[in-house]
Design a protein around this ligand. Structure first.
Ligand code: 5GP
Length: 192
């Protein structure tokens, strides 16, 4: 079979407010679908304890990030709570063209951007049962200081307004149920 006839992989846009549990659900997705490639974003945020450069993110300086923007190196990028986050374009395109599906775990400005550019992407938004519950989970996670928690909660209220542009909305009230729902969505979409 020539390269031109290789079926493109599916682009999956996976978003949800900070603290909603999307990062908790992600390993279950990757375990269930080992062929889906996780897109490693670049960010100017400092690594959290336990995070490794090139695994969760490429941790870069503001200057390097800016250079990638100027070089048109991002499929999308956005500013989120004082930091920049972007999806390296070439890695995603190369992977999709080999027929492998790619999942982008990105916030909603970037999500809206990708949904606009790639209308046939599979878009999933994870919602919290309520803003109060989201705030409780962010505090329990304990990875952010008080100021950042409050910024992320206020950002979340804004982000929820964009949930309707995603093809699928999944409420993470009970974790197992949410995982099952996301897996069922992907099983159906990837089979098409
Ligand atoms: P965190 O700092 O908690 O790792 O991520 C903050 C937010 O940025 C999360 O909603 C995460 O999904 C999002 N994010 C991570 N990588 C990217 C990216 O490449 N582009 C965009 N637009 N958002 C991203």
């Amino acid at each position: 079979m020539s390269e031109n006839t290789t079926k493109q992989g599916k682009l999956i846009v996976y978003s949800g407010c900070s603290g909603v549990g999307k990062g908790t659900i992600m390993p279950y997705i990757l375990k269930e679908f080992p062929d889906i490639q996780f897109s490693v974003s670049a960010t100017t945020r400092a690594p959290r304890p336990g995070e490794t450069n090139g695994v969760e993110y490429f941790f870069v300086s503001h200057e390097d990030f800016q250079q990638m923007v100027e070089d048109d190196g991002f499929l999308e990028y956005a500013q989120f709570c004082d930091n920049f986050y972007g999806t390296p374009k070439k890695a995603v395109e190369d992977t999709l063209s080999k027929g492998t599906s790619v999942i982008l775990e990105i916030e909603v400005q970037g999500g809206a951007n990708v949904i606009g550019k790639v209308p046939d992407c599979v878009s999933i938004f994870i919602l919290p049962p309520s803003i109060e519950e989201l705030e409780r989970r962010l505090r329990k996670r304990g990875t952010e200081d008080e100021e950042t928690i409050l910024k992320r909660v206020s950002q979340a209220s804004e982000e929820l307004k964009s949930a309707s542009i995603y093809k699928y909305n999944v409420v993470n009230d009970d974790l197992e149920t949410a995982i099952d729902e996301v897996i069922a969505i992907l099983r159906k979409e990837l089979a098409e």
